[in-house]
Design a binder for this molecule. Structure first.
Ligand SMILES: *Cc1c(COP(=O)(O)O)cnc(C)c1O
Length: 714
């Protein structure tokens, strides 16, 4: 081995770029080297390599003949980084010199980089990964949270406990950003109450760079040092200061690095102050008046709104805005009233708080919701902002969310695709014709693959339940019971997401008697896996979790209803790859898109969902199951009752019978037909490559000054 680079060095190099997070074969490298340590570090390769002694690593690599695989991964990464024949090189060469700046308060790239809380973050992470795969010149801008969101544990009463752990920055694949003179880059923002300072880190996500601002620097006072501690953790004051840092700090950071973006993409309103800062900088640099600068900047700004729930839109009292933005307001020569008017639907109403979504809508020329239905709902919701237009004419379009396929696809399913769609299928995944070849997959091969994935989920759940019970010092017989939870042959329904009220986690459990019947059925039973966090301030969400946990403790349910703690991207991966059915029952039309069901269909699971968000445009009668017919009601209790009835009706008359209808070989032919239909009709549309291509063609290129905007609207 003399003269060769050590294994540990090569692996270190490989893990400096998050590219490995979507290379399933590379992931197994770490697992093979030391499965326990890999799990213990929460799949953090930097920590893994730090903790495993170098000699042991060399020996393990030798023994398992991993050298050539590591070399191969290494070569693939450098080829990937060098490749210039990307989709964007052909379709968006104009963006090459001036990239897109993509702002988001959270990024879900991998469980080992805990700077996300849920769907919004995972979507942003998937966006960066697809931008990288497609070669779209794009930089991400976010915040580096010292404690992230929180780790969820339940106490003996099923009540959620939030643990905030300090992330060890030296165990993350991040590097401080240096100025040309070698010093650390520093960003400063003057406010009425002093100067806010931040440093900057960079993360490589394939060919995309993500910059993260971090306020924990000695120049700040104690409370500002803690500003970037927690995601969505603080009061209005913390929030506005975080958003100031993200938006204004983000634009200053680009300037400090000499990056001149052609497009600003605001992923949700949190970062909308970026636009004001961009206007200020433009006025200062070019000596132009506010009106002209604002026109220029709004032309280059793309805004994506993510929720029709009123509480989901940040609103701040005007004095708080003045305290933090006052200096910049003077820089753009706007009066107090004119500036506050930018954040108000009715600019002259002094009692209306300053809304970040309103600011973003007023100062962006390209706005979109995240599904066709959400686009429609958003036009309705924001119509008062455009008094001279009909609802149809409100300038908010839609681009439906998609998921990054390689991050969510299981290894066995991927090998089916490799064989039946051709090895180059990942480059053509947005070609909807490609997926017709799924027809050629043998039914039993398809079914067996699903069984393997389901078995992996069950094994994972049992391990987690045992660990959870041991932590709570539960008696041995309980632990023993957990180690046998769930049954491979039983129809398995997954429900996992944030426990936000509108997602109605408790809906399916409302009629306990009926539930008992279905679960205890001797010939056609069902079982449930639940997971999800409630926001720390959300008492109602915590009660929902507690109610589920109480059910899991009843003897008749203990093997058939389980709650897996600490939902994160790792738990999500097992669930979306292993369940038979993914239940989604939001109160329509409050689920803007939802993406977890898209991960499920890729792996052969079936969606069983209210016709809301992406499912409203995806369901065609053959590719999953619908709850209701897309109706809603002004009285929520009426809507909840109806949806519950409809859920139980569809479950008992369609889902369960189809799953248990087996042929002589034990194959559920009708079920498999639906699984295939889901892939054929949906995989090509609801992936993040298609989503990013839509953003490039319908938003980024027009925003950068090429072609006109042609966002679909219907
Ligand atoms: C995909 C994903 C989500 C998105 O959930 P939806 O309810 O479908 O929006 C949330 N959290 C995690 C960890 C995910 O992986």
């Amino acid at each position: 081995m003399s003269g060769q680079v050590k294994v540990v060095e090569k692996l270190r190099e490989l893990t400096r770029n998050l590219w490995w997070t979507w290379q399933p074969n590379d992931l197994t490298l770490f697992h093979i080297l030391d499965p326990d340590l890999w799990r213990e570090t929460n799949h953090n390769p930097v920590e893994f390599l730090n903790r495993i002694p170098s000699d042991a690593l060399e020996a393990a690599a030798e023994e398992t003949a991993l050298h050539s695989r590591i070399d191969y991964a290494f070569r693939r990464l450098s080829e990937y980084l060098k490749n210039t024949e990307s989709w964007a090189a052909l379709n968006a060469p104009a963006l090459r010199t001036r990239p897109v700046a993509y702002f988001s308060a959270e990024f879900g790239l991998h469980e080992s980089l805990p700077i996300y809380s849920g769907g919004l973050g995972v979507l942003a992470g998937d966006h960066l990964k697809s931008a990288s795969d497609l070669g779209v010149p794009l930089v991400g801008i976010g915040l580096l949270y010292a404690q992230g969101y929180f780790q969820q544990q339940l106490d003996a009463n099923g009540w959620q406990q939030e643990n905030y752990l300090n992330t060890k920055f030296d165990m993350l694949p991040i590097e401080p950003v240096k100025a040309p003179d070698g010093s650390d880059v520093r960003i400063t923002i003057d406010t009425r109450v002093g100067t806010l300072h931040a440093r900057v880190w960079r993360v490589e996500v394939g060919r995309t760079i993500l910059y993260l601002l971090d306020s924990n620097v000695p120049e700040n006072n104690e409370s500002d040092r803690a500003l970037t501690s927690r995601l969505y953790g603080g009061d209005a004051r913390v929030r506005i200061r975080q958003e100031l840092l993200l938006g204004v700090g983000g634009v200053r950071l680009l300037d400090a690095l000499g990056i001149h973006p052609s497009v600003l993409h605001l992923n949700e309103g949190h970062s909308a102050f970026a636009v004001i800062e961009m206007v200020r900088a433009r006025m200062e640099r070019d000596g132009i008046p506010y009106g002209e600068a604002a026109r220029d900047v709004s032309t280059m700004t793309v805004f994506t709104t993510h929720t029709p729930v009123a509480a989901g839109h940040d609103r701040f009292p005007a004095p708080l805005v003045e305290e933090h933005l006052g200096v910049i307001r003077e820089g753009v020569h706007l009066s107090y009233d004119d500036f506050m008017g930018l954040g108000r639907v009715y600019p002259n109403d002094p009692n209306e708080p300053f809304c970040m979504t309103v600011l973003a809508l007023k100062l962006s020329r390209h706005a979109n919701g995240v599904s066709a239905l959400h686009g429609r709902v958003s036009r309705q919701m924001w119509a008062p902002l455009y008094p001279n237009r009909t609802e149809e004419q409100v300038p908010i379009g839609h681009i439906t969310n998609g998921v990054h396929v390689m991050s969510w696809l299981s290894v066995p399913m991927r090998s089916i695709f490799n064989r039946h769609l051709g090895p180059d299928w990942p480059d053509r995944m947005s070609d909807t014709r490609l997926w017709r070849e799924i027809k050629t997959v043998d039914d039993s091969e398809f079914w067996e693959t699903q069984q393997v994935l389901k078995a992996a989920l069950i094994k994972f759940v049992r391990q987690r339940l045992v660990l959870q019970a041991k932590r709570r010092n539960e008696p041995d017989e309980v632990i023993e019971r957990h180690s046998h939870a769930l049954d491979l042959n039983v129809l398995t329904i997954g429900f996992a997401r944030r426990f936000a009220t509108y997602k109605r986690a408790g809906l399916v459990l409302r009629d306990v008697e009926r539930l008992t019947e279905m679960i205890a059925s001797t010939d056609r039973p069902i079982q449930f896996v639940f997971a999800g966090k409630a926001h720390p301030e959300d008492h109602f969400g915590k009660e929902l979790i507690q109610n589920i946990v109480r059910l899991t403790k009843q003897p008749e349910f203990s093997q058939r209803i389980v709650f897996v703690e600490d939902y994160d991207m790792n738990v999500a991966r097992y669930l979306v790859q292993g369940v038979d059915v993914w239940l989604n029952n939001p109160r329509r039309p409050q689920e803007a898109s939802g993406t977890s069901g898209e991960k499920v269909l890729l792996n052969g699971g079936l969606n069983f969902s209210i016709l809301d968000g992406w499912w409203a445009e995806a369901y065609d009668g053959t590719n999953g199951f619908a709850i209701g017919r897309g109706e809603s009601h002004a009285i929520t209790s009426v809507q909840d009752d109806r949806d519950h009835d409809s859920l139980i009706q569809t479950l008992t008359s369609e889902v369960v019978p189809l799953f248990y209808d087996r042929d002589a070989n034990g194959l559920p032919r009708g079920w498999i037909a639906r699984q295939k239909s889901a892939l054929i009709t949906l995989a090509g549309r609801f992936n993040a490559d298609r989503m990013v291509m839509d953003y490039v063609q319908n938003c980024y290129l027009p925003a950068a000054g090429f072609q006109s905007c042609a966002m679909p609207k219907n």
